[in-house]
Design a protein. Structure first.
Lengths: 509, 622, 99
């Protein structure tokens, strides 16, 4: 008896939801939301199930499905998850499930909004579960492109008053508008995917042009020169999406302009696609290239950590603060991967998860605050804690996780990354990484103090706490952060089975 | 699944389970209050839950103290798994050190929580519920810290108590000063914690373990001769510098007095701030391997003691005086640990926990009665609040170090320990601090309880829920002193002249305070103006510029750097991009003009192009 | 007559046509200019066919003539439509395609 195609179910359930929304739920806003909640709920339950059912002893790719698509070219629909993608599938489903509730109040064209959102999620799930590089690329583009419409149509424009000698360039390019942000994000990510496509074809051709399957390519050992430049191509291509410095500037603008659920999904999950790509394809297929270029990856990651934190501190717009904090935290992810140690890599993958949940929570909260106060200017806010204690509490938990306080998921990730960094070949990485946690503490607590503490701000009246479905997102994400922080073994167990396998190919068993 | 038990340590499930019970009871209370919102909103009911939990925990801790006082028991479970055995474990380590701390922490927590019921009576019910939620979380975290069998668990709870401190300092979060003090406390202690975390990461990389017993075993086998152990231990000590408010990271503690008085008593006097001392004491077998670091700890401790004492002499806020005196006493403890007398330091930690909590709660009662923190606006309170006055004076005498109170013996042990180790200068600093301590404490007593200025408002004795804890602590201060006088505990006696010297110094300080603030024989202003006191006076009133230095570093360096990076990001990194984008748009705009829409223009273009091609083919392409 | 004479004639006719296309402001005049240019090409083709003794040139010319007719028909139709819509056939005022 063949096992049920549960990965296909997870992947395509949101897509079916999108179709249903487009064709059956016209002009029924509630039906749109219910369909979205149910179909993503199905994915969530199924991904919880595979998380529990995954055989930790056996490790490797499980829940395997294969269906040849273009046999002469070696393209097939091939799915499977290992310890790394298992966690990320869970992350995706948690974030999208929360995101559906976080955007419950969207008013304009909600039907198209949810349809695009669900299509995008199918792409994300597809990237995490597919084992065929060609199909991987298709899913990857499916995950990236709807973003253009989602930001361009439903986004919000900020106010930027450029100064200095290049001010004309900023007005010309329309910096600060949602159209600018959407265009910038899309162009950047397409720029990245060009590198990825070239990399994939290079591997395909060099391996004899017979198969796009990850499992087959894993068995091939490529020539050192090929490994070097293809790894570089993957690093730049996926790195754009992971927000590596200096190709990160799409992220603050994009995340700040995007509507709540899209920011949650984009910062929470899509940036992880980039990191996942580097780990899975860069480290997994090109161990030699990874070992050779780890110094570059780690060094840029350190820049990311410190630079992102300092930039976040300089922002006055709440959404920009959170967006830059993502740049900083993605540095931890990349640093952990660059250490090429078991603990570091575990930390990296764990950070993908922790940061995903944390930043999802943050964007949900910012969305709520914006909805109540109609402002994102930190300087104008103050004393919100008294009227929105629930939001304040959730923000504090998110902030603590982001500065790596124990008993939240962020701590485990950062600790493991630190341990890995000091055991790697470049011990000095430890210091910028640790300094980053201090800078994070500075900007997160500063923002929390400004918004929630102090006397009530005279600019705002009739504020209120979160209500109804909005609580679902907050409670779910806070609970996940704390639970994974207190019992990290739940996640590290499966991750470890995958990372040890990965590392045995890079540094030998 | 429990991991292997290190040898030389017992594994008695009853003992470790009892310890687990002590630590989990407040945790259960915390979870209850955090999750069951209606219960938390009830305020007093939330307090009852929290108090019940900590009361049972206290009884369990007492039981554990009487049954397993002398042995060590440990039990650990895997926490962060890895391929070859767990990276990190959690568990409990019950030995005399942690056992004594368990009793102290649960006792003071219990008394403070009872006291708070009356002290915060006027708070709104949800706020009170929030207060008790934090209190339960703190009790859990602190107990978890003292029971830690490994550096990593200690760090986890170390940060959690820091979090509770942050939350409780900012309890009155509407006040801008409280909000500022809370983040300042968090940032400054975090600065020290950076050292701590780097230290334990390095130690793990070198030895592959966080466990105290494994590390101590390595130390005993002389297998810890790793390169850079001195650096590692110094970095770990930095954590203690932040948490235990040692120079130069002591600046957060006085500001932390923005929290309610009971919080100051519990967290910023009796328990959390002593975590640094506790940690250095716990890791003593590792610190003795690096004598240079120990000497540094001793010097910094003694210097901190003296510096904070001078600061306390010029402070007019009653709680801040007590805060500086806490910093000063923490300096004593650290000096003892650095001098190789951790038992003396730990003894002082325990006795100080009792009488400093007593002093803070007494000060809380005074503040509650008169509604101000300023000692110059209090006076003659002894008549209105005799009971509070008596217990406050008991605490003051203990802090000043007069026999037969608890403080005398522990301070004696510290001084003896420092003298025995041959650290003459630190000893002299500490001896001078004895005099200053007596002076500034009796300055407070005379100004507050006996001064001539009539107090504002209608001072009155507090209710029994506040008086009860005060009397219990006062009684314990006396009883522990008598027990110590019997001489069976803390058997460290210095040279014969030591006790008379320190008593004389304390009496001298009291006499000076009496002369200056009660009798009026000496004008304190005139006294402070004479050289060299004037220099110290001026500097101390400016807090030696340290607060300003940190504020300057924060504003000038961190915020300045962030503004610079923010500018670079917006106008340089992104600037290149926007410049390219805008240039493309501009260029396109220019080229667009060519497209005039007149068909004839295009024909001109074609004709001209053909002509060019012709010319080119005739002349150049030959 | 030599081939050169024919070619010179064709070049002249072509130049006159081009001049007409470039300078006439009336759309019909431009169309006439285009006709002239096409006929210049026809002259060329016929002349080469004659001097090379190759009939394919004549065949091409026939095609060109047929296409020219069609082109004039379509061109005039467009001009008439433009006249109806814009009330003018002045080339200078027809710049709908301006960038």
């Amino acid at each position: 008896m063949t096992p049920p195609p549960v990965l296909s179910l997870i992947t395509w359930s949101p897509f079916v939801g999108a179709l249903l929304i487009m064709f059956t739920a016209r002009h029924h806003p509630l039906a749109v939301r219910l369909i979205a909640a149910v179909t993503t709920g199905v994915s969530t339950i199924a991904s919880l199930w595979i998380y529990v059912a995954y055989d930790r002893e056996a490790a490797g790719f499980q829940f395997y499905e294969k269906l040849p698509l273009v046999p002469p070219l070696g393209i097939s629909y091939e799915l499977g998850v290992d310890g790394i993608s298992l966690l990320l599938v869970l992350l995706t489903s948690v974030i999208i499930f929360a995101g559906v509730f976080a955007s419950w109040t969207i008013a304009v064209r909600s039907q198209e909004f949810y349809a695009l959102l669900l299509t995008l999620v199918t792409g994300v799930f597809g990237v995490f579960v597919t084992l065929d590089l060609f199909v991987f690329f298709l899913f990857y583009e499916l995950a990236v492109l709807p973003m253009y419409l989602l930001i361009g149509v439903w986004g919000s424009s900020g106010e930027i008053r450029p100064r200095g000698i290049f001010a004309w360039a900023y007005r010309e390019a329309g910096v600060g508008t949602k159209e600018y942000a959407a265009m910038k994000l899309t162009l950047y990510l397409l720029f990245g995917s060009a590198f990825i496509l070239v990399g994939i074809f290079a591997l395909y051709v060099n391996a004899g042009a017979s198969s796009f399957s990850f499992v087959d390519l894993e068995g091939v050992s490529f020539a050192p020169a090929v490994q070097r430049w293809v790894f570089l191509a993957f690093y730049v291509g996926f790195g754009v999406l992971a927000g590596i410095w200096p190709l990160h500037t799409w992220s603050p603008d994009g995340h700040a302009s995007a509507p709540t659920a899209v920011s949650m999904l984009h910062a929470g999950v899509l940036m992880k696609l980039g990191a996942y790509g580097v780990v899975r394809m860069g480290l997994g297929l090109l161990p030699g290239g990874a070992a050779e270029l780890a110094w570059l990856m780690g060094t840029i990651a350190c820049v990311n950590i410190v630079y992102g934190a300092l930039s976040a501190m300089a922002q006055t717009d709440l959404k920009y603060v959170i967006a830059y904090s993502s740049v900083s935290h993605m540095g931890i992810v990349m640093l952990g991967a660059a250490t090429l140690t078991e603990t570091g890599l575990n930390g990296s993958v764990f950070q993908m998860f922790a940061h995903g949940v944390m930043t999802g929570l943050f964007f949900a909260l910012v969305g709520l605050v914006y909805e109540k106060a109609h402002s994102r200017e930190i300087g104008k806010m103050g004393g919100f804690g008294a009227v929105m204690p629930g939001i304040a509490t959730a923000f504090t938990v998110g902030g603590l996780s982001s500065l790596g306080l124990p008993a939240t998921a962020g701590f485990i990730a950062e600790l493991l990354t630190f341990l890995g960094a000091w055991r790697s070949d470049h011990q000095w990485w430890l210091f910028p990484a640790v300094a980053g946690t201090f800078l994070t503490a500075v900007y997160v607590l500063r923002v929390a103090k400004q918004i929630f503490w102090g006397p009530p701000s005279p600019h705002f009246h009739d504020l209120e706490d979160a209500r109804g479905p909005e609580w679902v997102a907050l409670v779910l994400l806070v609970a996940v952060l704390v639970l994974f922080g207190m019992a990290p073994g739940v996640a590290i167990g499966p991750i470890d089975t995958a990372t040890t396998l990965l590392l045995s190919r890079i540094v030998g068993p | 699944m429990p991991t292997a038990v290190p040898h030389g340590v017992g594994l008695d499930p009853a003992a470790t389970n009892m310890a687990l019970l002590v630590v989990l009871l407040p945790f259960v209370a915390f979870v209850l209050l955090a999750v069951v919102v209606p219960l938390r909103r009830r305020g007093q009911a939330a307090g009852a839950v929290s108090i019940a939990a900590i009361a049972v925990a206290f009884l369990a801790a007492l039981f554990s103290w009487f049954v397993w006082k002398g042995d060590a028991h440990v039990q650990t479970w895997a926490w962060i798994p890895a391929d070859e055995g767990p990276t990190a474990t959690v568990g409990v380590l019950l030995d005399p050190l942690s056992n004594a701390m368990l009793v102290l922490v649960t006792l003071v927590s219990l008394l403070v929580q009872i006291y708070s019921l009356a002290y915060l009576r006027d708070e709104r019910a949800p706020s009170l519920g929030r207060y008790y939620t934090y209190q339960s979380l703190f009790a859990f975290s602190m107990l978890g810290l003292v029971l830690s069998p490994s550096f990593i668990q200690m760090f986890v709870f170390w940060e959690l108590v820091g979090l509770c401190s942050y939350l409780l300092i900012g309890y009155w979060y509407e006040r801008p000063s409280a909000a500022r003090a809370a983040v300042k406390a968090f940032w400054i202690t975090k600065l020290g914690d950076l050292g701590f975390v780097i230290g334990i990461v390095m130690l793990w990389a070198a030895t592959g373990t966080f466990e105290f017993h494994a590390l101590f075993a390595l130390a005993q086998e002389h297998a810890l001769a790793i390169e850079g152990l001195g650096t590692i231990m110094l970095l770990i000590y930095l954590g203690a510098v932040g948490k235990s408010a040692q120079f130069p990271l002591h600046v957060w503690l006085p500001d932390a007095m923005e929290g309610p008085a009971p919080v100051s008593a519990l967290i910023h006097a009796a328990t959390m701030v002593t975590a640094g001392v506790f940690m250095v004491t716990r890791a003593q077998p590792l610190f003795v391997l690096v004598p240079d670091v120990l000497v540094l700890i001793g010097w910094v401790g003694a210097f901190t003691a003296l510096l904070a004492a001078t600061l306390a002499c010029v402070e007019s806020d009653i709680k801040r005086v007590l805060a500086y005196s806490t910093v000063s006493q923490l300096g004593y403890m650290m000096a003892a640990v650095g001098a190789g007398a951790p038992d003396a330091g730990f003894l002082h930690l325990l006795t100080h926990g009792l009488f400093k909590a007593l002093l803070f709660l007494g000060a809380g009662a005074v503040i509650h009665a008169v509604g101000t923190n300023d000692i110059f606006r209090m006076g003659g309170l002894f008549r209105a609040m005799p009971q509070t006055g008596v217990v406050f004076i008991v605490g003051t005498l203990a802090l000043a170090g007069l026999p037969p109170l608890a403080g005398f013996f522990s301070k004696e042990a510290v001084l003896a320990g420092v003298w025995d180790s041959g650290m003459t200068w630190p000893f002299l600093m500490l001896a001078l601090t004895v005099l200053l301590t007596a002076f500034y404490m009796f300055r407070v007593v005379f100004l507050t309880f006996f001064g001539r200025v009539p107090a504002t408002g209608h001072p009155h004795e507090p209710s029994w829920t506040m008086r009860g804890p005060l009397w219990v602590l006062a009684a314990l201060t006396v009883l522990v002193g008598i027990r110590l006088a019997a001489g069976s505990v803390g058997g460290r006696h210095g040279p014969g002249w030591l006790a008379p010297l320190s008593v004389a110094a304390a009496l001298g300080g009291i006499a000076l305070a009496w002369a200056a603030y009660q009798r009026g024989a000496v004008d304190p202003g005139r006294l402070a103006a004479t050289f060299p006191l004037s220099v110290i006076d001026v500097l101390a009133r400016r807090r030696y510029g340290l607060d300003g230095l940190y504020a300057g570093l924060y504003r000038g360096f961190i915020l300045g750097l962030s503004r610079l990076i923010g500018w670079i990001d917006r106008y340089l990194v992104d600037g290149v991009l926007n410049f390219v984008s805008a240039s493309t748009l501009r260029g396109g705009d220019l080229l667009r003009r060519i497209q005039s829409g007149h068909a004839q223009d295009y024909v001109y273009g074609v004709a001209f192009g053909v002509l060019l091609l012709l010319v080119w083919s005739q002349w150049w392409a030959r | 007559m030599s081939l050169n004479a024919y070619l010179t004639l064709a070049a002249l006719v072509f130049a006159i046509g081009l001049f007409g296309v470039l300078t006439r402001r009336n759309a019909i005049g431009i169309l006439l200019g285009i006709e002239l240019m096409l006929n210049a090409v026809n002259i060329n083709l016929v002349a080469f066919a004659r001097f090379h003794g190759d009939l394919r040139g004549l065949v091409f010319t026939l095609f060109t003539i047929a296409i020219t007719v069609a082109e004039v028909a379509v061109g005039l139709a467009i001009v008439i439509v433009i006249f109806r819509v814009r009330r003018t056939v002045e080339a200078d005022r027809l710049d709908l395609l301006r960038g």
